[in-house]
Design a protein around this ligand. Structure first.
Ligand SMILES: Cc1cc2nc3c(=O)[nH]c(=O)nc-3n(C[C@H](O)[C@H](O)[C@H](O)COP(=O)(O)O)c2cc1C
Length: 180
């Protein structure tokens, strides 16, 4: 059976550059199918212990978890807000972690981040990798694309040659990890 990955930009912006990057990467996968999620479809009240005690875990968190469980790998591009996850992503992550603390299960991951600045979201990327590798035995690859508006275009994709080569090496490695 064909393997399938879940991909999304960890942002709720309709113009999200991380969604653009996640979409671009997914379309370059030759041998695995992909499903792109939009975090706006999983918007829930801000996590609180009181809300959980009163009303339980929202159905949308269960739906998100089901999508992950039906996948063979995960490709996520993180928006960096003040050195960390976007609130839109973190809220989903927190709710889903109440179903099972290991949110992603044991699946190959390709974590990316891009931003308009020269640091390319490396802080959120490092944070995500450090957290997820505690529970996931599968390989977690990372790629940062700095200066998005200079180094990416709709026509050319990633225009910087060194970054493009590094990106495709990692994407191919991720794809073969999913196919294993
Ligand atoms: C509240 C806020 C905080 C931000 N903090 C950072 C940051 O720490 N590092 C960074 O590289 N960019 C930062 N940015 C700029 C984002 O990288 C930029 O808005 C980017 O477009 C977000 O990704 P998205 O388009 O996928 O939502 C911040 C933007 C906002 C609105």
């Amino acid at each position: 059976m064909t393997k399938k990955i879940i991909a999304f930009g960890a942002s709720n912006s309709t113009k999200s550059i991380n969604k653009t990057l996640a979409n671009y990467a997914s379309k370059k996968l030759a041998k695995v199918e992909f499903e792109l999620l939009d975090l706006n479809d999983f918007e829930m009240p801000i996590y609180s212990a009181d809300r959980e005690a009163e009303s339980g875990i929202p159905e949308l968190a269960h739906q998100f978890k089901k999508r992950i469980e039906n996948s063979d790998g995960l490709l996520i591009s993180f928006a960096e807000h003040n050195g960390a996850y976007s609130v839109a992503f973190k809220n989903i992550y927190d709710w889903v972690s109440r179903i099972e603390s290991n949110v992603w299960g044991n699946r190959p991951m390709f974590l990316m981040a891009t931003s308009p600045g020269g640091y390319g979201g490396k802080s959120v990327l490092a944070m995500a990798k450090a957290r997820y590798e505690r529970a996931n035995e599968k390989e977690i690859l990372t790629f940062s694309l700095p200066s998005f508006y200079e180094k990416y275009s709709a026509e050319k994709g990633i225009s910087d040659e060194n970054l493009r080569i590094a990106f495709f090496d990692l994407l191919n490695q991720f794809e073969s990890n999913v196919l294993k």
